[in-house]
Each structure stands twice: as C-alpha cells, then as structure tokens.
Design a protein around this ligand. Structure first.
Ligand code: MLT
Length: 263
C-alpha cells in the first residue's frame, strides 16, 4: 500500500519529477528546483522515511521494496492532481525508483532522465555490505553513515575545494532517520536487475553522470545509454556521484536542453 510523502511542488508547466538518492532527501535538488521551476512544474518528494516523510519503525527490519517507493511517488502525483505524463528524473536510488515507476506506471512517463545510477542488481558482496549497515545503523547513528559515504559520493576536487558542499551533504545524511537508511538498504539489496528493461524503453531518455563518479562510473552509464533505443548521454565535469549538487549549472543546462528538444 502506498504511503503519504512530503513533496515540494513549485512552478508551472510540464511536470519534472525529481527523485533523490540515498541517503539524502529532496534538498539535494535545491539548485535544480530554484532554476528549473522558472520553466517547469517541479515536484520533488522525500521518499519514505527520508527528509520530512514518515516511516513505520518496523520497516528497519522488513525493508521497503523499490516498487513500493515507486507507488508512493505515483500517489504523490495523484494527490497533486497531476494526470498528464511527466519527465521522471532520478539520481542513483532515485533512478532505481524511476525504473520501477516506468514499469508500473508506464502511462505517466513522458521522458526519463537517469543520473548517476545503475540498471544492474547488487553483487553478493554489495548486498552483504547493505545488510551490515541495515543491522548496525541504529547503533551507529546517521552521522557515522555520513562519514562513511560522503567521501565516496563526491569528486576529489569537491572534497578538497568545496567545504560548504561537503558540509551540506554531511548534514543531509546526518539528519536522516536510521529507520529509513535500514529500510532502503534492504530494499536496494533486493532490487531486480533492470538490464533487460533498457531495450524496451520507448520514451526519450537522458543518461547523465559525473565524470568522476566512482559509484556509477561513466563507462557503465554509457553502456546503459547504448542499450536504450532513444537515449542521449552527457558527462558532467568536476563531479562525482552527486552531479546535481556538484555542478548544478551543467546539470540544469543538460536537463533544460533535453526537455526543450525532446518534448
Ligand atoms: C545513491 O546515491 O542513491 C546510492 O549510491 C544508491 C546505492 O546505494 O546503490
């Protein structure tokens, strides 16, 4: 059953749905919302348990399936009265949700923008690491997760020269509910491989990746674009895994340009 989410809804025009990464919230799209809501209606939810969206404590043990996050997002659009197909833009875990949203709510998708994400499922080792975090995060606290994850998410140049952004990412992760972290780790560990889906995507799709993304590397994202019938591929300079935060100007331009040409 879907779960009510907190979401921002700003601007008018074609709907651009922004799905955040893990373990972040809608504020990771701050720069996109400010700029792109002058041209589009930007809807940016906090996935279940993240940001201002609530979660049942039991979810730390049961996990939340990626399909359930996708259905929550469909309910957000229903609640906002959005009936027309939208541009779905997801980053990393948000991209996993976007694949499921495409499969489960196909008639609601006009185009896809997949940022710094993957189509493949986890390796057994990656799955094990997720279970370890799911088991331990309540004891550790989210601030420890921030110290583990932030350095891997950001490009070397961001880490050495943009303390403000490093602090912002650290703060977002540190204030995330450990229940949401555990639930999402279990959900991601169980997610299906979507490689077969790529060839069946029948909407314009933009793949976008930070040049220094070590989590979803450019070569992997380029291969996803090659496997998708109507795809474009853009690398974002001076960025790691969080390209919309690390180089917002280039990301905003890429999204705006893609929508202007393809919709
Ligand atoms: C994210 O940024 O959402 C994460 O890297 C997703 C993941 O852990 O696979």
């Amino acid at each position: 059953m879907s779960h009510p989410l907190h979401a921002i809804d700003q601007g008018t025009g074609s709907v651009l749905l922004l799905l955040h990464g893990f373990p972040l919230d809608h504020t990771m799209w701050r720069n996109q919302t400010e700029t792109l809501a002058t041209k589009f209606r930007v809807v940016a939810p906090d996935l279940r348990g993240f940001g201002k969206s609530s979660i049942e404590p039991i979810a730390a043990k049961t996990g939340i399936a990626i399909a359930d996050y996708a259905d929550d997002v469909a309910a957000v659009l229903d609640n906002l009265g959005v009936r027309e197909p939208v541009v779905v833009c997801g980053l990393s875990m948000g991209g996993y949700v976007a694949w499921q949203f495409f499969e489960r709510h196909r008639d609601r998708v006009r185009a896809l923008v997949q940022c710094d994400t993957k189509s493949v499922a986890d390796t057994p080792k990656a799955r094990e690491t997720r279970y370890q975090m799911a088991e331990s995060v309540e004891g550790w606290g989210a601030a420890h997760v921030a110290t583990l994850m932030a350095p891997k998410m950001l490009a070397a140049t961001t880490l050495s020269s943009n303390t403000k952004l490093v602090d912002e990412v650290t703060d977002i992760i540190s204030r995330t509910d450990p229940v949401a972290i555990a639930a999402a780790q279990r959900g991601m560990a169980h997610r299906d491989d979507k490689s077969e889906l790529l060839g069946a995507i029948d909407v314009p799709t933009l793949y976008m990746v930070g040049e220094e993304d070590a989590i979803s590397p450019p070569a992997e994202m380029r291969a996803m674009a090659d496997a998708t019938p109507d795809a474009e591929y853009v690398e974002i300079p001076n960025s790691g895994h969080l390209s919309p935060m690390e180089n917002p100007h280039a990301v905003n331009h890429a999204i705006d340009d893609f929508i202007a040409r393809r919709l």
